[in-house]
Design a protein. Sequence first.
Length: 451
Amino acid sequence: MSNLSITTKIIQQLSNNSGSVVPIAAKDTLSNCAITYIYNKEASKEDGKERAIEEFGTEVLWIGGIPLLKKLFDITVYKFFKADPDFDIRNLKKNAQGNLERLEFLAKNAPDIKQKQVLENILKNENVQKLYKRLHVAKFITATAATLAGLSGLIIYKQKTTQKELEQKYKNKMELQNACNKEATKSPVFNKFMGNKETSFKGGGISKFLSGFMYNPVMNMSILDGGITATRLAQGRKGERAEIGFKEGFQILFIYCLAEPIQKGLETLSAKFLKTPIKNEYQLLSSDKLKELITSDTLKDSVETLIKTDDNKVLEYLYKNQENALVKMLKISGELPTIKGSDAIDALSFVDVKKVKNAAKNISELAQSTAGKADLDKYLSKVKNIKGVSVIANILIGAAAIGILQPMLNIIQRKKNNNGETINPAIKKLEKDMEQKFAFSGTDEKLNLNK
């Protein structure tokens, strides 16, 4: 992706709902702006400020915390142990005979000396293999736990900020009132992550389930979101827990559950009504090499051969056919990771065979749709543009649901339950408590002055 334009890189990242935090960040930023505005306008200044502190503060920690901490882990802990953080430990998965067949193949076919040395060192030393597994798990746990702790602290800070502001507000109100009566009042101011057990990466049962969270940044984020939801519900004040649950439900639904189905739905609509297949990655559709590669005479046979190839032999096929039009397109689309700044396959990365085969099918579908097109440049440009529009539409649908529909439904529910009032019930109760506290304080002071 190094030679792609900024626009192409952004849209490509926005389209990656299963493996990138960029679409999450886009939806969250847009929805946070809308949520803050709506609660500030329709509810109260305090409500709007609470939303701004919590939503934007949470976003910074939620989206930036894990990548930052993992990067720090790479340049400190990995460096200390002289390990390469770019090595994907899924390459350590053993075959049915208990051999590291994939790792052996990669070590033999590494594109440069540096990668070859890293792979051979891991292959020959079982202790090094264990080290990489443990470092990976430790990085995952450290980054996730530390970020979640920061998020919990932010929620507590938000609530205390509102309480202090309301306390000061009513304190000032009472002081002004007592000053007018020439009376003065006073008021009180308010771990160890790794054990010695071997980590299993056999890909079955619980191990497979947990490994998905470690390998996938979006699934890793979902752990934080679950922690955020639990913390918000636990620390929620009386009268607002139902709203918190409703809001968190919307967030989880449109960020994790519906992001991919919505995109697939838009792709299906495009194919059915516009006769335009847009399943391929945006960066491939934007490539200036697409026309040449999609019309290659060998493409059809290559797709058929790759799809029929046994999963255990796909990697070998890809390495042996790097000048093949299909393999070149797989590199451009990103299913076949390459070393930054070159077309060489990155031997330290993990190649997902299922994704590669699925991408090949999508490429074949696009190739078939170009048959008989008089102006191929115009058609391919149309495909790219529709794909881009579908990606942006997906982001906007999610942001609108979370940032506009959700808070408006909450406001409507508040009116229904609180005789037309739209203020947060918890903040309303806090205001009454402050008012009573300082009114009582002022009465006591007045009685003392009259003695």
